[in-house]
Design a protein around this ligand. Structure first.
Ligand SMILES: Nc1ncnc2c1ncn2[C@@H]1O[C@H](COP(=O)(O)OP(=O)(O)OP(=O)(O)O)[C@@H](O)[C@H]1O
Ligand SMILES: [Mg+2]
Length: 344
């Protein structure tokens, strides 16, 4: 499915290397430039300021939240704002305790170590990290079997910034060692308009308020998707020699099959199966996946969370059920409406 741009366009994960480069150019560089997440910004500011006054490394920070809401961006901002060097690594790159030992032992004093997708780190490395975070020390095992000994190694003081889209998958001892956990929330439409107008300025793209508001309403509360849609609108305006106005937004997003709510073709296919073939459900995950020709995993982790979040479906022990809002949004009426209580 990722081969089809109209299917991938509202997915919250990066589309390609080209998109990553584009994102890099649009990343806010300071807390003041970072839009929204007011609470998290204030909390981070306080934490960094306190560390500065006491001239010590800031507490370890965990950034938790869905893809595309600004975790990597905030990690870079933490380094920038505290004037410290940043070392970047990620859970999947740390498959053995030795991988982590190599990173930790080469840190310079006061460095910020960013570990993206920290929930995907090897278990043996997690255990090494506990001691490192608490005491800036690790034990390195030398030799094997009965003759193995552990050699303690002191580390330079550092600040760990971990990012995770699945904070529930982190073991408690690891979660407890972060001095502060920031939970990122989806963005409101006015905030997304701000993200977009900042991006448009950086892209040198003249665009009006109505166009920005239209994109903001269709990007699933996610700055990454907002910026991606903006790019498609820019293409559209460029090719058609048009202004980036409301008309261009509507035409571009229609071309890419993104509807008023930010649903794409796969989302709509799933809704259509539940509503028309199963008369609103309940439908089991596997049946649903087979019906739309997708992996159950894709439906569960990519499609459903958003449908649940905007209240089009609910998950019940017997399967997925369409809500009244879903019937209304798709302009359909239920043939056996009495089946589902008023609470849906
Ligand atoms: N608060 C914000 N203000 C302005 N732009 C933002 C904001 N948050 C994110 N962005 C933009 O969205 C893009 C994605 O953000 P980022 O890479 O930080 O997300 P992420 O949470 O790390 O995602 P993932 O979980 O996939 O790693 C960046 O290009 C950045 O420019
Ligand atoms: Mg990231």
């Amino acid at each position: 499915m990722s081969d089809d741009p109209s299917v991938a366009i509202v997915r919250p994960t990066p589309e390609s290397d080209a998109e990553l480069a584009f994102e890099g150019a649009l990343r806010p560089k300071s807390l003041a430039e970072f839009v929204g997440q007011a609470k998290v910004r204030a909390q981070l500011q306080l934490l960094l300021e306190a560390a500065r006054i006491q001239n010590r490394t800031p507490d370890h920070i965990l950034l938790a939240g869905p893809p595309g809401l600004g975790k990597t961006t905030l990690a870079m901002i933490v380094a920038q704002e505290s004037g410290r060097p940043l070392r970047m690594s990620s859970g999947p790159a740390i498959q053995h305790a030795g991988d982590l030992a190599a990173v930790l032992s080469s840190l310079v004093p006061g460095e910020i170590l960013f570990i993206d997708e920290i929930h995907r780190m090897a278990r043996s490395a997690e255990e090494m990290l506990y001691l490192a975070m608490e005491d800036f020390r690790i034990d390195i095992m030398v030799g094997k079997g009965a003759g193995a000994t552990s050699i303690p190694l002191d580390l330079a003081p550092f600040t760990l910034v971990g990012a995770t889209t699945r904070s529930g998958m982190l073991p408690n001892p690891l979660r407890d060692r972060f001095g502060f956990t920031a939970h990122l929330e989806f963005y409101s439409e006015p905030e997304l308009e701000q993200v977009l107008s900042r991006a448009a300025l950086l892209l040198d793209l003249p665009i009006d308020r109505a166009a920005l508001a239209e994109i903001a309403g269709r990007c699933r509360g996610t700055p990454r998707i907002a910026n991606r849609l903006l790019r498609r609108v820019r293409d559209y305006a460029l090719v058609h020699g048009d202004e980036a106005g409301l008309g261009a937004v509507q035409a571009a997003l229609e071309l890419y099959d993104v509807d008023q709510l930010g649903l794409d073709r796969l989302d709509r296919a799933v809704m259509e199966i539940i509503l028309t073939r199963f008369d609103g459900g309940p439908v089991g995950l596997n049946t649903l996946a087979v019906s739309v020709g997708e992996e159950a995993e894709t439906i569960e982790s990519v499609v459903e969370p958003f449908l649940v979040r905007i209240g089009l479906i609910t998950r019940t022990p017997r399967g997925r059920v369409a809500t009244r809002l879903a019937w209304r949004h798709f302009g359909l009426s239920q043939s056996n409406g009495a089946l589902f209580g008023d609470d849906l």
